[in-house]
Design a protein around this ligand. Structure first.
Ligand code: SF4
Ligand code: SF4
Length: 213
């Protein structure tokens, strides 16, 4: 197996996502819409186009290269993306001469992520660090995350996962043998506040928390 997942960032030398020096893999997509989300660019499950107007010199190269004719400039000079036409190929980002466009989220295989993770094994060993899966909600891509965690354990790496617990109980129990540390993001125990601030009506996070404890 070499599952694929949508990853929006891989951060090496991370010091705040568990013990020691770590590599943090940020998975794209989250079923919640918390007002205080620290990675709002992670919420959508699909890769997204980000446009930085202050860098753009309006050469219109992106419009010419897009195979889907998904781009246009509005009257204020802002680049607009037609989400229905765009198929997230990333050609506009790769070919923009000024770096004004970036594609947030790319498809990675477990092997590709593992190759990045392995680069810092000496640092994990000396610092007591390892690998952390984060997001987004990593357990929304459970098959990929499970395989990646299992691969890390075969390399004798310390593993951690940052999760809201907002997932199926089966997804949680499937990864248990391969996780050394759960870092739970407990939103609130008040169901009304949960509904208002978390953006979803089913407080299954609490069941996941108490079930694991
Ligand atoms: S290719 Fe880049 S610099 Fe040129 S118009 Fe498009 S976003 Fe702007
Ligand atoms: S990602 Fe591809 S399809 Fe989407 S706007 Fe860019 S070039 Fe067009």
């Amino acid at each position: 197996m070499n599952s694929t997942g949508i990853v929006f960032d891989i951060q090496r030398f991370s010091l705040h996502d568990g013990p020691g020096i770590r590599t943090t893999v940020f998975m794209k997509g989250c079923p919640l819409e918390c007002l205080w989300c620290s990675n709002p660019e992670s919420q959508s499950f699909l890769p997204e186009i980000a446009y930085f107007k202050n860098k753009c010199h309006h050469c219109r190269h992106c419009l010419a290269i897009c195979p889907q004719q998904a781009l246009r400039f509005d009257q204020s000079g802002n680049l607009q993306v037609n989400g229905e036409r765009c198929h997230r190929c990333g050609k506009c980002a790769v070919n923009c001469p000024s770096g004004s466009i970036s594609l947030i989220g790319n498809t990675w295989t477990v092997s590709e992520v593992t190759e990045v993770v392995k680069r810092d094994i000496p640092f994990y060993r000396r610092s007591g660090g390892g690998v952390t899966l984060s997001g987004g909600e990593p357990l929304h891509q459970a098959p990929f995350v499970g395989e990646l965690l299992q691969t890390c354990k075969k390399l004798y790496l310390h593993t951690a996962i940052q999760t809201t617990g907002y997932t199926k109980w089966d997804s949680l129990t499937a990864i248990l043998p391969f996780v050394d540390l759960f870092i739970f993001d407990l939103k609130t125990v008040d169901p009304i506040l949960w509904f208002e601030r978390g953006g979803a009506g089913d407080p299954r996070c609490h069941r996941s928390n108490s079930g694991l404890l």
